[in-house]
Design a binder for this molecule. Structure first.
Ligand code: ADP
Ligand code: ADP
Length: 224
């Protein structure tokens, strides 16, 4: 069976991380989140983290050259050779071109770009209630997906906090950045026949079922 090289696209708070967690278990693919990688760099105080933090805190994007180099390194690692799920990358057409070039050099290509589509008002509702665990970044929502014990991660028992960039004054900037810089990728992948649209307003379980059905179809198409 050929490899699955998947991209998740969608506005901040669309449910990409929530779905990636489920897909990782289903398909045993490495899940690569540039947001998580950047937050780890900020936490560790690396040079990249220091450079990235001010862009992240304002709701803007970290410059392409920094991100492209970080992802290129990650995709060269052994576990990404048989497929991957990318969450939060590419976020600009420049990043998408760089990714296509890198994969082409390795004789590989993107299998599909899954768009998790959610309107802005719902994004704001989701982000304002999002809580993440300090240990591994597991996602919860105070109303839509609460933990069993308030403030504590079900999966690893660590504390739940609100991300700095989930505060209301930054959220609108992130949405503006999404519409200006990332939404053009929808047409970009559609023109290449790679885009698959998922209605992200449904429950996490329904979104998950839809994505799995899309992936099953992709595999069938690929095997023919
Ligand atoms: P979200 O949960 O909103 O989708 P992420 O966790 O993916 O957010 O990203 C958090 C922040 O990290 C972004 O607002 C941006 O500043 C930075 N970032 C993440 N991925 C990229 C990328 N591919 N290009 C530029 N900046 C990025
Ligand atoms: P992203 O990775 O796209 O930024 P997340 O997966 O972190 O998004 O989801 C954002 C917030 O919305 C989280 O608090 C999550 O629990 C919640 N959420 C995710 N999917 C759904 C859904 N289908 N319906 C309602 N809430 C959701």
């Amino acid at each position: 069976m050929s490899e699955l090289n998947l991209i998740l696209i969608g506005p901040p708070g669309a449910g990409k991380g929530t779905q990636a967690d489920r897909l990782r278990d289903d398909f045993r693919l490495p899940f690569i989140s540039t947001g998580e990688m950047l937050r780890a760099n900020v936490k560790d105080g690396t040079e990249l983290g220091l450079q990235a933090k001010r862009h992240m805190d304002s709701g803007g994007l970290v410059p392409d050259e920094l991100i492209v180099a970080m992802v290129a390194d990650r995709l060269h690692q052994g576990d990404a050779q048989d497929g991957f799920i990318l969450d939060g990358f590419p976020r600009t057409t420049g990043q998408a071109d760089a990714l296509a070039r890198q994969l082409r050099d390795q004789g590989r290509r993107i299998t599909a770009a899954l768009l998790i589509d959610v309107p802005d008002a719902e994004v704001v509702r989701r982000i304002s209630g999002r809580r993440v665990c300090v240990k591994a970044g597991h996602n919860y929502h105070v109303d839509f997906d609460p933990p069993k014990t308030e403030g504590i991660c079900d999966q690893d028992g660590s504390r739940l906090i609100q991300r700095d960039d989930d505060r209301p004054d930054v959220v609108q900037n992130r949405l503006d950045t999404y519409h200006a810089k990332t939404a053009p990728l929808i047409d970009y992948y559609d023109e290449q026949g790679l885009l698959r649209r998922i209605d992200g307003t449904r429950s996490p379980a329904e979104v998950h079922d839809h994505i799995r059905a899309v992936i099953a179809t992709l595999r069938l198409e690929d095997d023919v």
